[in-house]
Write a protein that binds this ligand. Structure first.
Ligand code: DGI
Ligand code: FE
Ligand code: FE
Length: 233
């Protein structure tokens, strides 16, 4: 295993409480699994997972102070609930203390709690992995999300965002504007994807009924007709 990963693991084991450390390993592994499924760099996915909660060891007041000291912009929602800041502060630690310079990894860590509009593949991988990792056991839609995550990442992202928002609303929690904006954007992306698939299906059905393929007329083979092989034999 990569020396850098081992060093980070060792450090996190010392700094995080045992539950958070186990969660961290679960998220890193799930990030790798999703990266395999969706064709993303495995090492980057693992690093994002390992470091995503590295700032979780501080309480809200301390995080607020640290963010102000390091010039990290704090939103109104984060000021109301500073626990959200572990994402942005985590990205700062990943860069300044763990030497991560990759902007994709830093972005994924910074938005892993609220999401954001225009999420990249790694942003979505980490966001979903954080929710479905094997040691999570509280949310009532985990079984469904674990399955969906490997079938349709955008839809899994949207369903998780909607579930979290309705949970926060039901508990009268303060909601950060970014959490809402991320969900609105993901709903648009999922709808566009569905519209696109419907259009393609309609075209396919029209082509089948008129015997057209790829914009060209083509005579459909009947079952008994022999296929001509390579070189026409
Ligand atoms: O750090 P973790 O516990 O692994 O998970 P997380 O980073 O997703 O953050 C934990 C919680 O943050 C999660 O239960 C959902 C919540 N959250 C997400 N957006 C908002 C929010 N909480 C508040 N108060 N406001 C939000 O906008
Ligand atoms: Fe987190
Ligand atoms: Fe987490």
């Amino acid at each position: 295993m990569d020396e850098k990963i081992l060093k980070i693991r060792k450090h996190l084991k010392k700094k995080l409480d045992p539950y958070r450390y186990e969660h961290t390993l679960g998220v890193a592994l799930t990030c790798q699994a999703l990266a395999m499924r969706y064709g993303f760099d495995l090492e980057k996915a693992e690093l994002a997972g390992l470091l995503h909660d590295c700032a979780k060891r501080f309480d809200g007041r301390v995080m607020l102070e640290k963010c102000e000291r390091h010039g990290i912009v704090v939103s109104e929602g984060e000021r109301r609930d500073p626990s959200l800041l572990h994402a942005k502060l985590g990205a700062w630690y990943a860069k300044e203390k763990y030497g991560v310079t990759d902007v994709e990894i830093l972005s994924a860590i910074a938005c892993h709690t609220t999401g954001k509009p225009g999420m990249t593949l790694l942003d979505k991988i980490l966001y979903v992995a954080d929710y479905i990792e094997p040691r999570r056991n509280k949310a009532d839609n985990l079984t469904e999300m674990r399955r969906l995550a490997f079938l349709d990442l955008d839809l899994a992202c949207l369903k998780i965002m909607e579930h979290i928002l309705s949970y926060l609303e039901s508990r009268d929690c303060s909601i950060d504007a970014m959490t809402v904006a991320a969900c609105v954007d993901m709903r648009r992306i999922v709808k566009e994807g569905a519209d696109c698939r419907l259009e393609a299906k309609k075209e396919e059905m029209t082509d089948e009924s008129t015997g057209k393929r790829n914009g060209k007329n083509c005579r459909r083979r009947s079952g008994g007709e022999k296929r001509r092989g390579y070189k026409g034999y």
